[in-house]
Ligand binder design. Structure first.
Ligand SMILES: *[C@@H]1O[C@H](CO)[C@@H](O)[C@H](O)[C@H]1NC(C)=O
Ligand SMILES: *[C@@H]1O[C@H](CO)[C@@H](O)[C@H](O)[C@H]1NC(C)=O
Ligand SMILES: *[C@@H]1O[C@H](CO)[C@@H](O)[C@H](O)[C@H]1NC(C)=O
Length: 470
């Protein structure tokens, strides 16, 4: 159900269409500093019967028009954005002098890195810069080995994303041949961690990309709540101000780079940030559950998995539900019970009372079945995904008639991070989803099931006995 699977669908009240369009054209044409003419202007049509039924309850004096912009309006050529046809030993020799770029490091677990990528792409959109996406890298202390680095485009359908967003997007491997090269690039970047939080994590991307980065401390006005070091969120527009001459601060505290001890102020043409996880428009972690979240509305909803990933996930689904080769894949409800990694000590005392019991998930699965039945969809298949390793817990899951994906050969067949990837694609593919509160994996799955499949999703609360009794 991709009813609004297009980059811009504005509901415009009476006039103002032409100024909105002018803004769009500026936005679309602004990625190059000189006049980079889009090959085709936005195509505008008046759309659509659905909008009318929605608006029928509105005040009769309000004139409402939905403007639908064709997603294929500009065909960008990645090559125009780079100097050389193949990746170069140094990133600097491949960057066009007249193009503005932006990059940054997604941090923490894989789903958090996915959110970091959404934030990077949303910043690129509002700053009219060409994003250069780093690979996903296992974070320190992760259960996945460092060699498991994976390109964004291996998992997410990048050609489709570029088309739906109508913006150019590059990946780091296109820019710099960091696997073969021995060149270490000196870069000046902004540190949000040292500025906004007085903290610093060690992100693996700069080492892998062979970058020696000198960080300058970002000013406190980038923050959602200034001078509160517990609240780590920066705002998109606060960060955007660092990319414009008249709002970029000049009195900087710059930290020498770790390898060559070189101090460099942030490069305006090649803007970069140390950590793009904690960024929001107005409310911390709005990406999880708030409908308003721009990172979801403008980026995340268009980040579809590649056909390859969907096909792999489909094989796992067919296997777990024992589907005949000739039969179609069945609709299913997926459950994500996150059981480890929470900071139990801070959340609650007794772990047994704290985590949701299986019965809480059962109740939500039944709720979803009932809601789907009203829509005329009958669903029998339920698959459980969890980081739980206790076999007696799984025994109870099986007794419910639910299944588990067979990951016994996954790491060997695809790579050590693939059990997580495949679980995520399976969660996104259900007509129903039951997740666990405070899990980014659950929250993203919930959004995808609702947005992409028109499905029903519920999040199980936890933290004390009976937390989900509602
Ligand atoms: C990323 O993609 C490029 C081009 O296909 C490939 O050369 C490179 O090995 C990939 N990187 C990883 C980590 O798979
Ligand atoms: C600082 O931010 C944290 C996290 O959002 C919040 O719990 C705390 O109340 C804030 N402190 C102040 C003084 O605003
Ligand atoms: C830079 O100058 C502004 C205005 O004088 C001041 O508020 C800010 O704290 C300074 N920042 C640094 C990093 O010195």
């Amino acid at each position: 159900m991709l009813a609004v699977g297009r980059p811009f669908q504005f509901v415009l009240v009476s006039l103002g269409i032409s100024s909105m369009l002018a803004t769009l054209i500026l936005l679309c044409g602004g990625f190059r500093k000189d006049s980079f003419e889009p090959s085709a202007l936005p195509k505008v049509q008046i759309f659509d019967p659905k909008a009318q039924s929605k608006n029928s309850a509105m005040d009769a004096t309000t004139v409402t028009t939905t403007v639908y912009i064709e997603p294929t309006r500009i065909s960008y050529d990645d090559q125009l954005l780079l100097v050389k046809e193949t990746a170069t030993p140094s990133c600097k020799e491949n960057l066009q002098p007249d193009v503005n770029y932006i990059t940054g490091w997604p941090q923490f677990g894989w789903n958090n890195q996915v959110i970091g990528m959404m934030n990077l792409l949303y910043l690129a959109l509002i700053m009219e810069r060409v994003p250069i996406i780093p690979p996903f890298e296992p974070f320190k202390n992760s259960h996945v080995d460092a060699s498991a680095s994976v390109n964004f485009s291996k998992l997410f359908d990048l050609p489709r994303l570029k088309q739906e967003l109508g913006i150019p997007i590059l990946e780091w491997w296109q820019v710099k041949d960091f696997e073969q090269s021995s060149v270490v690039d000196q870069l000046g970047c902004w540190s949000l961690e040292r500025g906004a939080w007085h903290a610093s994590w060690v992100t693996p991307q700069p080492t892998h990309l062979k970058l020696d980065i000198s960080y300058s401390v970002a000013p406190s006005w980038i923050k959602r709540v200034r001078e509160n070091y517990t609240d780590m969120h920066s705002t998109f527009w606060g960060l955007a101000k660092l990319g414009f001459d008249d709002t970029r601060p000049t009195n900087l505290t710059t930290i020498p780079s770790p390898v060559n001890q070189i101090s460099l102020i942030p490069d305006d043409s090649f803007l970069c940030f140390d950590n793009l996880y904690f960024v929001c428009a107005h409310e911390g972690l709005e990406i999880n559950e708030r409908a308003v979240s721009p990172a979801w509305r403008f980026i995340g909803r268009y980040m579809h998995y590649t056909p390859r990933m969907r096909e792999i996930a489909d094989r796992y689904i067919r296997k777990t539900f024992n589907i005949e080769p000739s039969a179609p894949s069945p609709p299913y409800i997926a459950v994500h019970a996150r059981r480890t990694n929470y900071n139990f000590a801070n959340s609650c005392g007794e772990v047994d009372e704290c985590l949701p019991p299986l019965s809480a998930f059962v109740r939500r699965v039944e709720d979803i079945k009932a809601e789907l039945a009203v829509k005329g969809v009958e669903v029998k298949n339920v698959v459980m995904t969890s980081d739980e390793s206790d076999s007696s817990w799984w025994g109870e899951v099986y007794r419910l008639g639910w299944t588990q994906l067979d990951h016994s050969g996954t790491a060997q067949d695809y790579g050590p991070w693939y059990p997580t990837f495949i679980d995520s694609v399976v969660l996104a593919g259900g007509v129903g989803l039951v997740g666990t509160d405070i899990s980014t994996m659950s929250f993203l799955a919930k959004r995808r099931v609702i947005e992409w499949n028109g499905g029903v999703a519920k999040i199980v609360l936890w933290g004390h006995a009976g937390a989900d009794d509602h």
